[in-house]
Design a protein around this ligand. Structure first.
Ligand SMILES: Cc1ncc(COP(=O)(O)O)c(C=O)c1O
Length: 394
């Protein structure tokens, strides 16, 4: 029967990774795949994670099943990081998921069960996996205006105008921080305005927060989630521990549904548990056990927060150094946006042909829409990168 299958379109980011691996030029630069890299080019295991693993090795007594909702201590500890202090007690349903991707899939499935006709509104552009995941869940999508390709920032007036058309029955997906792929984030004032639109239009927000701590700080990056939580009766949150704990391959994340009251929250929890059961049955334990061990130990928690802050500061230093190097070299502010963007990604704003020339002529790899992983650059490569970009856009 397998011969009846259609060919699968290539997964663009994986394709860039394969092309990079096959390139033997010594000076090649990988700005494709979305993983944090330290100044030495590695994606290291955090010290807090290693210490948590040591402790787990000594203390774990069983590998028995976890249950479809995952580890309740992890769920509580991590939800406190995301939600902070709030007044939604009793209205929260949480399921531990295999990564943020698993959280998104579970929430899309939940939405499909609650309202099969719901449309998911996505920012233009958005993370490449959003559309395939919601489509697989049987949902439709539409795009709201977000990125301004001229200023390379958020076109908030256009975004507001789009959101004012969304019907009450639909769901709008927002990136909590570090917008992927553009790097253009909302300010606190803009989040407040969005919260007001959500209150007026009464559609349901879904916040995808995969990079908490990478933009402006752990607390600061939760501003949007918390603003919505304080003012909307119903919302969804998909969270990932892949980046902020650097445990990408441990597949650790969480799906949160906020309901209007405790009775509805119990209904949502039952459905979420059921969706986990028919999807992956039970989530993998190790990553969540690491996160729980760190967050429940004040000393380990402080080490982790400092390590997260160090990653954030490195990204922000590279951004500043890049913008400065472009400014000095071009005598213009054309690339200043690199310093104002947040998180690992920026859309450089060059054409797919120019991205191809960067790859072929200069061994610089990024996604064809010109999404670059800023964290893939080492300080010593900035000069090479700036010259390569300027040579393909001239
Ligand atoms: C916007 C966004 N959401 C969700 C995810 C999923 O992360 P995970 O690796 O935890 O599945 C990513 C990962 O790149 C992402 O960029």
């Amino acid at each position: 029967m397998l011969e009846r299958l259609d060919e699968t379109p290539p997964q663009i980011i994986m394709q860039v990774a394969a092309e990079f691996a096959a390139d033997h030029r010594a000076n090649k630069i990988d700005l494709g795949i979305g993983v944090y890299r330290a100044e030495d080019g590695t994606t290291p295991i955090l010290q807090s994670v290693l210490e948590a693993e040591r402790r787990l090795l000594k203390s774990e007594t069983t590998k028995s099943y976890l249950g479809p909702a995952g580890d309740p201590d992890f769920n509580l500890a991590m939800s406190e990081i995301i939600l902070g202090r709030h007044s939604a007690q009793g209205r929260i349903s949480i399921v531990q998921t295999p990564g943020g991707s698993g959280a998104l899939r579970l929430l899309f499935d939940l939405i499909k069960r609650a309202n099969p006709d719901a449309t998911i509104w996505l920012p233009g552009p958005t993370w490449a996996n959003h559309v395939p995941t919601l489509t697989q869940a049987g949902l439709k999508h539409r795009t709201y205006r977000y990125f301004d390709s001229v200023t390379l920032g958020v076109d908030f007036a256009a975004m507001r105008a789009s959101l004012e058309q969304v019907p009450e029955t639909d769901v709008v997906l927002f990136h909590g921080c570090c917008h992927n792929p553009t790097g253009a984030d909302l300010s606190a004032e803009q989040w407040d305005a969005i919260t007001q639109i959500v209150q007026e239009r009464k559609f349901t927000p879904l916040v995808d927060i995969a990079y908490q701590g990478f933009a402006n700080g752990l607390e600061e990056d939760a501003y949007g989630v918390r603003s919505l939580l304080a003012h909307t009766p119903e919302m969804f949150i998909a969270s990932s521990c892949s980046k902020n704990f650097a445990i990408y391959r441990e597949r650790t994340g969480m799906a949160i549904a906020i309901s209007a009251n405790a009775d509805i929250a119990a209904l949502a929890m039952g459905q979420m548990r059921d969706l986990a059961r028919v999807g992956h049955s039970m989530p993998p334990d190790h990553g969540a056990a690491i996160v729980r061990t760190i967050l429940r130990d004040p000393e380990l928690s402080d080490i982790w927060k400092q390590e997260l802050e160090d990653m954030r500061l490195r990204i922000s230093e590279i951004r500043e150094a890049l913008a400065t190097a472009f400014r000095v070299r071009t005598n213009s502010d054309r690339f200043d946006f690199l310093a104002t963007h947040r998180g690992m990604f920026s859309l450089l704003g060059i054409t797919p042909q120019q991205v191809g020339r960067l790859r072929d002529g200069h061994a610089v790899y990024m996604v064809s829409d010109s999404r670059m992983n800023v964290a893939g650059l080492r300080h010593e490569q900035i000069g090479q990168f700036v010259e390569a970009v300027l040579s393909v856009i001239d």
